[in-house]
Design a protein around this ligand. Sequence first.
Ligand code: FES
Length: 342
Amino acid sequence: MSNNLINIKIPKYNLNYQIDNKKNIIESSLDKNVKLAYSCKSGICGTCKAKIISGELNKNNKINHILSESEKENNIVLLCQATAKSDEIVLEPLSPLPRKVEKSIVREFISEVLSIKEINNNTMELDISVPKRFVYENKRNNYVEVLIPGKKINEKYYIFGECEENNINNGTVKIIINKSEDLEVRKYIEANLIHGETITIKGPFQENIPEIPYNKPLLFLVENNYIINSLNLIKNLILMKIDVPIMLISGFTSKTEIILLDEMHKLQFLYNNFSYKITLLNNKDSNNINRFHFGKTTNIINKVFPDLSSHYIFIYGENKFIEENYNKVIELGAIKNNINKL
Ligand code: FES
């Protein structure tokens, strides 16, 4: 073997390229702009299974347990857990190569306002048209900026994606506008826009989702409008087939402030590993609470999880919310390195 370079051949897709043998086959192929099928990259989902037709690999046998005995006997491996050993490897991925996704390019687009919905007193939802060239990846956090003539505005409006694997672009995107803050965009939209009008957006900008361990149950503690981002992240994790229990506890001030209940319900209905609880701060709502909890999120965490030592926890909210919830989860045994705050 010379220079650590390995020949990879995938006859089924007419691919022949060289990779470095230091990284696993998925990563080293990505370095060469070859995207093989993968999802979790952690040996959990099995998306990267491939049959080795010839050549030898170093396999991470500790993380090969999702392979059955007969798969192992038939030279099936997890490409995300294997590095190349011989100078040439011929293989055949079991999942088809992913559809080539055009790299998203940030551009300015004229969009038509398709619908404006008041979700509650503080929030409105805007559906706007986007052209085919507007390409965004469901597995990352995507946002746009709204351009207002003569103003420099850098507010981020996260695209609220649909939870469908191939829904790259169906011609519309949904963004949520918070009306309670003194935002230029909100004022502009309220003053100028009705259905059929146009606005200029710039995007899609993309943010990577946080690196998390894929073997720990996830707990999200989220306040009010931070639910928008949190639900996007949860959808991303579900799309990545992260098969661990995901619990969302979201705290709203009152019933009228609740947003995206429909999205939480849909996710819980569709995916067995997701569940949510809502807690309301406002006393007045306590009379007819039947399905919601009452009080701060900190009051109910321990009722759901008396011990958080094996969880990975996200806390998203204002500073006071973060501080209170951080202290609470630490009290319940959470490991500091396993807490992600926003
Ligand atoms: S990508 Fe290899 S097992 Fe999930």
